[in-house]
Design a protein around this ligand. Structure first.
Ligand SMILES: Cc1ncc(C[n+]2csc(CCOP(=O)(O)OP(=O)(O)O)c2C)c(N)n1
Ligand SMILES: [Mg+2]
Length: 379
């Protein structure tokens, strides 16, 4: 190499043409259980089945939401198709006292937190501003502003430390979800620094689904994302994001580490966004079909089903029952979405500030006069 030139490695950073990246994997795409020197899981048979159950339900509800959007019942929908294992693994890894800060795509984590799946649909239908109580479910509101939630999460995690709730198995930890594209945001890099220097009880969970809308990963980074953490002074680890067992094991260990006072970890869940960015996007314009097909072979649900079958942990009757339950849940979701009432126009001004504000009051007065100007003045 010529003097002064820097070796540039791009391993894993150029999408599907790259060799399979190194990551923690406990379940191969064929459903075979493999060992890892540091990570393992110890589920009961029932718990393995529950993971499969949640993967299937979450995918079905997501498909129903996409259909509802296509029929004009939602304004937009951001599908999690392909990312179920990353999310269900991480969702189950959280302990009750842990707090999550999601993006707009974390429907799988939301489901694992016990939140009614109707809640995000109200948001995407434009009839409410979220619906769930973040404190009750320990799951913050969806955040559309890319990366912003990582700073909110870090501030929250620093607060946990100040409240003396870190240390020991009952300690609290925080997990922030974000995408590969978000790693290019200033907010995320600032969050890394704050979390690092204040040793915050944080897990940064990056779902690398290979795209930020149409921008491929190679436009965000020249090194694997998990290696960014090292530069900020905390560990980074890459996990097979289509392997629910690995996602669980790695996230559980990182959260326990954080709650024990050992500071932040970055997890890169290596996965793929099988659908469009949102229902407003057409991915056929910027990626080729063979890439999608290659990822289909790594499907998170198929491999868990293969595992359950090979291990004789479930039979056809079980799989059919789960599919039937998912179908019933989807019908119920659809019915409930269609009957969501439209909010009164002035409700827009509720819940903005706890004690109101003069500016908001004048805006509300102006909007009231505008509404009154219509015949009948009904609002
Ligand atoms: C601050 C900010 N800039 C731009 C956008 C527009 N935007 C919405 S989603 C998105 C891409 C995010 O990609 P990634 O972080 O990889 O998450 P993914 O959607 O793939 O889950 C962008 C640029 C935004 N919402 N917020
Ligand atoms: Mg992405």
């Amino acid at each position: 190499m010529a003097k002064g030139t820097v070796a540039r490695t791009r391993d894993g950073a150029d999408g599907s043409s790259a060799p399979e990246p190194e990551f923690v994997q406990l379940l191969t795409p064929d459903g075979d259980r493999v060992d890892h020197p540091e990570y393992t899981v110890d589920f009961t048979d029932e718990e393995y089945r529950k993971l499969y159950h949640d993967l299937v339900i979450v995918r079905k509800l997501d498909a129903e939401a996409t259909a509802l959007q296509r029929q004009g019942e939602l304004g937009i929908w951001a599908s999690l198709l392909g990312q179920e294992a990353a999310q269900v693994g991480a969702g189950h890894a959280m302990r009750k006292q842990d707090m999550a800060f999601p993006t707009y795509r974390e429907h799988g984590v939301l489901y694992c937190r016990g939140i009614d799946p109707i809640m995000p649909l109200g948001l995407f239908r434009g009839v409410d501003q979220g619906g769930w109580d973040p404190n009750e479910f320990k799951f913050n509101m969806y955040t559309i502003v890319i990366g912003a939630q990582t700073l909110h999460a870090t501030g929250y995690a620093m607060g946990i430390t100040m409240d003396g709730k870190v240390g020991g198995p009952d300690g609290e930890a925080v997990i922030a979800f974000f995408g590969d594209g978000a790693t290019s945001q200033g907010d995320v890099n600032e969050a890394f620094i704050w979390a690092s220097v204040f040793n915050a009880p944080m897990v940064f969970f990056c779902q690398n689904n290979q795209y930020a809308i149409s921008e491929p990963l190679e436009r965000q980074t020249r090194i694997p994302l998990y290696r960014r953490a090292g530069g900020f002074g905390f560990p980074g680890i890459r996990v097979d994001g289509n392997d629910v067992l690995a996602s669980y094991a790695v996230t559980r260990a990182a959260l326990d580490d954080a709650r024990g006072g050992n500071g932040p970890t970055m997890i890169e869940a290596y996965t793929y966004r099988m659908g469009a960015h949102t229902t407003s996007d057409d991915p056929t314009r910027y990626r080729i079909a063979s890439e999608v097909e290659a990822w289909q072979a790594k499907d998170p649900i198929k491999r868990m089903r293969a595992f359950l079958t090979k291990q004789k942990l479930a039979d056809e009757a079980f799989f059919t029952a789960v599919d039937e339950e998912a179908a019933t849940e989807a019908v119920s979701l659809r019915e409930r979405v269609l009957s969501l009432p439209d909010p009164a126009p002035l409700q827009l001004f509720d819940n903005v500030y706890p004690n109101g504000s003069p500016l908001l009051d004048s805006q509300r007065d102006g909007f009231t006069r505008y509404l009154d100007s219509f015949a009948g003045g009904q609002h």
